[in-house]
Unconditional design. Structure first.
Length: 608
């Protein structure tokens, strides 16, 4: 149930319009760090109202799905709120590259999956779509866009005063929009976020992050992903902050732009996945960092990826001269299926016995423990009053004993309705029942593994990604971190680890690593050095022999549009031979064909 004090997002925005129509709500920052466009509450009301009035004339009815295909822009914000105002379900998606037939085909499948009635876009993307399609056809690619009407939301709409005769929600269970998952472990699926979910989450954001009048946010996180769409854009629409937005590409081209903007505007909050904190340290100089003033930042939210202790330490140390307070760093855990947040405000670190962790047990050890202990960063506590989070054996569905690692199950007002058009899967994932006690709740199965230490949640990895080697649990992100530290040519964050079933009479699964190297043309000796270094480092850190190492150029490792490694897709590409055939591949070295000395497990020869 949605708390009675919680307001639905369109209603909250209309109240904000009555109270402070001239308040500056959104500012879009260009590649050079300049404020390119501003949008007040009144300006957003006019844009959203124009879209809401245009939709019926385009044949779009309440309850229909509208694909939102906008580059990062304030046009997207107006289209999103306009759909909510008309009772139409917006479906924000990553704009496909029109030059790539594969991306257009994936977009067409998504359009069919959500049964879209219309595609909303702006002039910038419409021009790119036409030019890109011509380029694709010229290069003899077949590009088939879905047979849907395309409508621009940045021109040809009413420019009169807003009427604000909006179709306001009354039922918290009414669907508000579809949030497509990133596809890091499977094909993307449309999560049905209700108005009650969205209202509860934006209210929780205000409480958990200390947001409100005077709060200033800066974000480059993609607008079509849950963190950017809900925690940033929707929260701003609700009046929780005034926000400066920029394109993810602007951040990737020059990471310093992110925190330069935060310093310039006196930001009090920002958010990013783990890789961004590493990247901004690597791509800035001490002189650049010292010139910033980050002392106003109260919350630096880290979510969307496992939070690495080394990342936290490196980031805080690098930006301490800029006045960044260590307590501002704010690890959290969430997922689209729970309208983003599950726990907030991690404050604890644990060192765990590695051997116990491999058995599925979380056994804390002291600072004097062996160097091979594993350190984890806590993801905070359950802050929503109505929520319950349990650790459950994913096979038996029986609650785990304290200290035992299991699947994280969640029930709260932000638990989404299910996956659009997938009733059976929705029952399995969103309405799971715990065995062995009288708990009447039904739970969301997150697919993530973790445990509680005191009141704080620690996340250890994905259940589907878990590798079982020599009878031990091995988390791919730990192997990937070891591999990327093995050689200076390896690109940080561009390693994928997965296991394949044993073959040729071997007893254990085969561990495979896809490793991207930095731009350039390494010679054969350098490539062999990378393979040797990766195998040796993984064996030293994890007592595991890597069966196959693929050394590739940038693009070899499959990722989501938010930068997460798609291990399942990497495994599928390897099994199909697509990775080995790709032009990006430089070396494929396995234990039978490497032609080099191979590491061995203690007491064993190399498997051949």
């Amino acid at each position: 149930m949605t708390p009675a004090t919680t307001r639905f997002l369109p209603t909250a925005f209309l109240e904000l319009y009555e109270q402070a129509p001239e308040r500056l709500l959104f500012t879009f920052v260009d590649d050079e760090g300049r404020d390119q466009e501003r949008l007040t509450v009144a300006g957003l009301a006019a844009r959203a109202d124009a879209v809401a009035r245009a939709l019926p004339g385009w044949g779009v009815r309440p309850g229909d799905r509208a694909l939102l295909v906008h580059p990062p822009s304030l046009d997207f914000v107006g289209a999103f709120l306009g759909c909510l105002a008309a009772g139409v379900l917006p479906v924000p998606v990553c704009p496909p590259d029109p030059r790539r037939a594969q991306g257009v085909a994936a977009f067409a499948r998504l359009a069919a999956d959500c049964e879209a009635a219309v595609v909303l876009t702006n002039g910038e993307y419409e021009r790119a779509r036409k030019l890109g399609t011509v380029a694709a056809v010229f290069s003899r690619q077949t590009v088939r866009w879905p047979d849907l009407p395309w409508r621009r939301t940045d021109r040809g709409l009413s420019d009169g005063p807003p009427e604000l005769d909006w179709r306001l929600p009354g039922d918290p269970a009414a669907p508000a929009f579809l949030q497509y998952t990133s596809g890091s472990t499977s094909d993307p699926r449309g999560v049905v976020i209700t108005h009650g979910n969205l209202a509860a989450e934006t209210a929780a954001n205000a409480t958990d992050l200390g947001l409100g009048a005077g709060s200033r946010g800066v974000s480059w996180v993609p607008h079509f992903h849950d963190l950017g769409l809900i925690s940033v854009i929707s929260s701003t629409i609700a009046g929780n902050a005034d926000t400066w937005l920029m394109s993810p590409l602007s951040f990737l081209r020059r990471p310093a732009l992110w925190l330069e903007t935060a310093s310039r505007v006196g930001a009090t909050s920002t958010a990013a996945p783990n890789f961004a904190f590493d990247l901004v340290v690597r791509k800035t100089t001490p002189q650049q960092r010292a010139a910033l003033d980050l002392s106003p930042l109260r919350v630096v939210l880290s979510a969307g990826e496992p939070v690495r202790p080394g990342t936290v330490d490196g980031f805080l140390a690098a930006f301490a001269p800029a006045g960044l307070a260590p307590e501002a760093f704010y690890p959290a855990y969430g997922l689209a299926e729970c309208t983003v947040s599950v726990t907030m405000g991690g404050r604890t670190r644990l060192r765990l016995a590695k051997q116990a962790l491999a058995r599925g047990e979380a056994v804390p050890v002291g600072d004097d423990a062996p160097d091979d202990a594993v350190e984890l960063v806590g993801c905070g506590t359950v802050t929503k009053r109505d929520a319950r989070v349990r650790i459950v054996d994913p096979t038996t569905r029986v609650p785990c004993a304290p200290g035992r690692i299991g699947e994280i199950w969640v029930d709260s007002a932000t638990k989404a309705l299910g996956y659009y058009g997938r009733d059976a899967e929705s029952d399995e994932v969103f309405r799971a029942r715990v065995e062995g006690d009288d708990d009447p709740r039904s739970y969301l199965r997150t697919g993530d593994l973790g445990f509680f230490h005191g009141q704080e949640l620690f996340v250890t990895g994905r259940h589907k990604d878990l590798m079982i080697v020599h009878g031990r649990n091995l988390y791919p992100q730990d192997v990937e971190e070891s591999a990327q530290q093995a050689h200076e040519l390896i690109r940080p964050g561009c390693v994928a680890a997965f296991a394949l079933p044993a073959r040729d009479g071997a007893r254990d699964d085969r561990v495979v690593l896809l490793v991207e190297i930095k731009q350039g043309k390494p010679d054969d000796d350098q490539q062999r050095d990378v393979v040797r270094a990766v195998r040796q480092r993984v064996q030293d850190d994890h007592d595991v022999v890597v069966h196959t190492v693929v050394v590739g150029r940038p693009g070899t490792v499959r990722k989501t549009t938010s930068g997460k490694v798609r291990r399942a897709a990497c495994r599928q590409a390897f099994e199909s031979g697509a990775v080995q055939r790709a032009a990006t591949t430089l070396t494929v070295s396995d234990l039978r064909g490497a032609g080099e000395p191979l590491p061995t497990r203690p007491g064993q020869g190399a498997q051949r």
